[in-house]
Design a protein around this ligand. Structure first.
Ligand code: NAG
Ligand code: NAG
Ligand code: NAG
Ligand code: NAG
Length: 237
């Protein structure tokens, strides 16, 4: 009888540890991890001394506004968040590295969403399969941003996001990575808002871009490294 009871306890323990709250996000590596809590349906964890992440493709529909962390890297990944709006990041202004990745329902990032992110140095907006557009003023306030990575998402044309790349809002931007874009051409004015930018490194790799207008990169007056590896470019310039 006692043996049965202890088996039962083991069974309960095992079944508990496989609930979604205890399982780890599919994108994250194994390691020392602490479950912090459920915020608006988003499951939030900290990987010791590395980063914090909130996820849950089913129930994380609204940004986990009450979540805070002392770590300086945050991933909002594999959620079903639709919109990122003003004040969503108000409890995360200490973050220096932010990754907004694989949020399948994300369609819209509101202008002003990043205005208080004055410590942010590195930002990735990638693999969000419904994100078709970034507004021209969306990156206002990213005064410390040095590195921006935009991978894949769902942009038809470069200008559906590229006007948001403004030297005025990101005066310290040094490195821009546009990777795995599904767009065919880069037009003359696509990067016009990077006029006077301090950008030094521009990686446009693994993309379907076939044509870059010869004057498209003229605004990048400080460019030192241009990497066009594995694009479909037919007309080099
Ligand atoms: C920040 O988190 C606290 C609780 O930790 C909450 O009361 C506050 O409303 C949050 N801020 C915003 C802008 O939601
Ligand atoms: C997201 O924003 C759009 C446009 O303002 C709005 O129509 C929609 O209801 C919002 N979705 C959520 C989940 O808040
Ligand atoms: C993308 O840009 C093209 C050309 O400016 C425009 O016609 C289209 O509506 C834009 N798509 C979105 C989702 O904004
Ligand atoms: C870029 O051009 C705009 C409009 O002409 C101007 O207001 C802005 O100061 C320029 N930015 C830089 C960094 O040169």
């Amino acid at each position: 009888m006692r043996r049965l009871a202890s088996l039962l306890i083991i069974f309960l323990h095992v079944s508990h540890s496989t609930t979604s709250e205890d399982s780890i996000s599919p994108w994250d590596p194994p390691g020392s991890t602490n479950f912090i809590g459920n915020f608006n349906g988003c499951l939030c964890r900290e990987y010791t001394s590395i980063y914090a992440t909130c996820y849950n493709p089913e129930n994380c529909r609204r940004f986990p506004r009450n979540f805070r962390t002392d770590l300086n890297r945050f991933r909002l990944a594999t959620t079903s968040v639709e919109n990122i709006t003003v004040a969503d990041f108000d409890n995360l202004t200490n973050i220096e590295v932010l990754e907004i990745e694989a949020n399948k329902d994300l369609k819209w990032i509101e202008n002003g969403a990043f205005t208080n992110m004055i410590n942010l140095k590195s930002l990735s907006i990638s693999y969000n399969s419904n994100l078709q557009y970034l507004d021209e003023d969306v990156f206002e306030g990213l005064i410390s941003l040095e590195s921006l990575s935009i991978r894949q998402n769902s942009f038809d044309q470069v200008k559906n996001f590229s006007f948001s790349l403004k030297s005025r809002f990101m005066p310290n931007l040094r490195k821009l990575e546009l990777i795995d874009l599904r767009c065919m051409t880069v037009d003359k004015d696509d990067f016009r808002n990077l006029n006077g930018s301090r950008l030094e490194e521009f990686n446009l790799i693994d993309s379907q871009v076939e044509y870059i207008h010869p004057e498209a990169l003229l605004p990048l007056i400080n460019l030192k490294v241009l990497n066009l590896g594995r694009t479909s470019l037919t007309h080099r310039f």
